[in-house]
Design a protein around this ligand. Structure first.
Ligand code: SF4
Ligand code: SF4
Length: 94
């Protein structure tokens, strides 16, 4: 069993869905860190920036924290990247 569980029958670690921070835009407000209930973020006090400490704890398809960031510093891939993972091909054991 995957440490981070599975999504659509695949280990969560195989799904490239998690936030990325544009540090140049980030104002260090901590909203993302305080908002996410899944522990994806840790707070880097020395840099006064969030760190994506647990990317595979991010809920696949969620991008709620990006909407909370007034600086537009949180990025996610487009939802369309998930489509191939929904293919029945991914259920084969090869
Ligand atoms: S919400 Fe945005 S500006 Fe605030 S700490 Fe997170 S990334 Fe930085
Ligand atoms: S998208 Fe959702 S689960 Fe992922 S880091 Fe943001 S709030 Fe947490």
């Amino acid at each position: 069993m995957s440490k981070h569980g599975t999504w659509q029958g695949m280990p969560r670690e195989n799904i490239p869905w998690y936030p990325a921070i544009d540090e140049a835009k980030c104002k260090g407000c901590k909203v993302c860190f305080e908002f996410c209930p899944h522990g994806v973020y840790e707070w880097e006090a020395t840099k006064n920036k969030p760190k994506i400490a647990n990317p595979f704890e991010c809920v696949v398809g969620c991008s709620n924290c990006a909407g909370k960031c007034e600086s537009g510093a949180i990025m996610f891939p487009p939802l369309t990247i998930l489509k191939p993972y929904l293919s029945s091909d991914n259920y084969s054991s090869s």
